[in-house]
Design a protein around this ligand. Structure first.
Ligand code: NAD
Length: 285
């Protein structure tokens, strides 16, 4: 109780200090932890990186887009936190690159948290999906997640444990129209999560995933621009209505659940797929 009161009073005083308002002193702290966030150059990954940094974690941004990764680190650096942030240029589909980047990291420091988030989308049915698109979705959304877990699990196993969080989607466990390859990849994400969580039990490695419904990120804006040129606003409203709450999630809302799941407060939670769906699964009646 005393600690909580202290935290609250620190929080109040941090609000008064200009430039320090992003530094949280509430629960779900990640002080002393190093978190690798893939795809943190944009959208959900960027929001997670910023949220984790504001709660004390040192962030390693892994992204195929170097300027975007650097921009996320810059935002963290100027937000007033003490946590360090470094960009790593890496295409997660390439196992050799992933091995090199993580080997460099492991040589410098212990990695406590991996957020597998880098992903791509695709629209199409089983009929319209080309082999090339199917393989692209598999390479980024499935093999990319496997590549990062493949190198991080032995490190976590020999360094006392860790937490892995995979970004899945409601598409992984329900039938969405026109999402054949994407659903395939997110179903695999959920299955990989359960498998890694099961094998991680003996090694203090927790592994969970989050399944968001539509989140308003550049991912969605790009999709609207490409698929509905000139009708972006109309379709934005249409997509918002797909969630019973009547809107899309904000990346920061995904980041809040990610923070909880990667914090010590969630130490009893492993092998779980968390919907973040604005009522999509249960409230569409
Ligand atoms: P985004 O397009 O805004 O960001 C994706 C990031 O991943 C980018 O910075 C990109 O450069 C990076 N990336 C892509 N391919 C990569 C590769 N091969 N190697 C390294 N980095 C790579 O997307 P977002 O909306 O923030 O989505 C992030 C994750 O959340 C994805 O896995 C996506 O499937 C999932 N998701 C998104 C939504 C949504 O509605 N936006 C809903 C459910 C799940």
């Amino acid at each position: 109780m005393e600690a909580r009161r202290f935290a609250l009073s620190k929080e109040a005083s941090s609000k008064e200090a200009p430039g320090k308002q992003d530094v949280s002193t509430s629960d779900f702290r990640l002080d002393g932890k190093v978190a690798v966030v893939t795809g943190a150059g944009s959208g959900i990954g960027q929001a997670i990186a910023i949220k984790f940094a504001s709660h004390g974690a040192s962030i390693r941004v892994v992204d195929v887009n170097a300027p975007a990764a650097a921009a996320t680190c810059q935002r963290i650096a100027t937000s007033g936190g003490d946590a360090s942030a470094h960009p790593y240029l890496c295409d997660v589909t390439d196992q050799a690159q992933v091995k090199t980047v993580f080997a460099d990291l492991f040589q410098r420091e212990r990695v406590h948290i991996l957020v597998n988030n880098a992903g791509v989308s695709h629209i199409g049915t089983v009929e319209s999906t080309t082999e090339e698109d199917f393989e692209r979705l598999f390479r980024v959304n499935v093999k990319g997640f496997y590549n990062c877990m493949h190198v991080v699990v032995p490190h976590m196993r020999t360094s006392g444990g860790g937490v892995i969080l995979n970004m899945a989607s409601i598409a992984g466990s329900t039938g969405l129209a026109d999402r054949f390859a994407y659903s395939m990849s997110k179903g695999a994400t959920i299955a990989m999560t359960y498998s890694v969580a099961r094998d991680g039990l003996a090694h203090n490695i927790r592994c969970n995933c989050i399944s968001p419904a539509r989140v308003h990120s550049p991912f969605v804006d790009d999709y609207l621009k490409k698929t509905y040129p000139g009708r972006e606003e109309e379709m934005f409203q249409e997509l918002s209505k797909a969630q019973p709450v009547g809107r899309m999630a904000e990346p920061e809302e995904v980041a809040s659940l990610a923070l909880f799941l990667c914090s010590d407060e969630a130490s009893f939670i492993t092998g779980a797929d968390y919907p973040l769906d604005g009522g999509f699964f249960n409230l569409r009646g």
